[in-house]
Design a binder for this molecule. Structure first.
Ligand code: S6P
Ligand code: ZN
Length: 195
């Protein structure tokens, strides 16, 4: 593990990071429960198992004071009328924030708290989004043709809590209506009681 200052280069439009030590490839079969249109999902899975997104990151010691950073690349595509998106998560250490810098493409970040607040922000090249502590976040690619590429930076001790969102999805869904992205309520979502 590098313990002296180091540089990493980002190349676009192919969205590569010159150094990384973790490459995550997430395919539709691992997110089957997340899409509303099960029939469309199963039809896609009968042909193949499309790659929805990839993450390239530099691992660091998971300690306060360290930072993780890397590239998130969400490919264009839809499952039924719902766009390709990331799983979405809270940070296990709830009071850790995250910064996303959009480098390429078009999309949105869907966010919510466990109290039921929600927010959706548009991502465009050059925009920097601050996701405060306590907010779950999911990126959604709303382009028909281009990868949504973001640089993310967050505390290395944050961890990922996927559980709540795996159970019922996020409060808002992003779907295509008349060739445009529209935010709708997720019918499966309800406010979970916190003990
Ligand atoms: C980590 C950060 C990103 C996501 C990536 C994939 O805190 O938010 O690196 O991990 O965008 O999303 P997900 O929800 O599959 O981890
Ligand atoms: Zn995160």
């Amino acid at each position: 593990m590098r313990q002296t200052p180091f540089l990493a280069g980002i190349r676009l439009p192919d969205a590569t990071l010159s150094v990384y030590d973790n490459h995550i490839v997430r395919t539709l079969s691992s997110m089957r429960e997340q899409y509303q249109d099960r029939r469309a999902c199963d039809a896609l899975l009968r042909d193949n198992d499309p790659v929805l997104y990839q993450v390239y990151e530099l691992r660091r010691p998971e300690l306060p004071g360290e930072m993780y950073f890397g590239l998130s690349v969400v490919h264009p595509g839809k499952v039924g009328d719902e766009y390709y998106m990331t799983k979405g998560h809270f940070h296990t250490v709830r009071d850790t924030a995250e910064v996303y810098h959009c480098l390429q493409g078009e999309g949105v970040m869907v966010m919510e708290t466990s109290e039921g607040e929600w927010a959706v922000e548009e991502l465009r090249p050059g925009r920097v989004l601050y996701v405060p502590p306590l907010w779950a976040h999911r990126s959604v690619n709303t382009s028909a043709v281009e990868d949504l590429v973001t640089l993310f930076i967050y505390p290395a001790n944050a961890g990922h809590d996927y559980g709540t969102i795996e159970r019922q999805g996020m409060r808002k869904l992003v779907v295509e209506r008349q060739a445009k992205p529209v935010i709708i309520d997720n019918p499966r979502w309800h406010l979970e009681k916190v003990d």
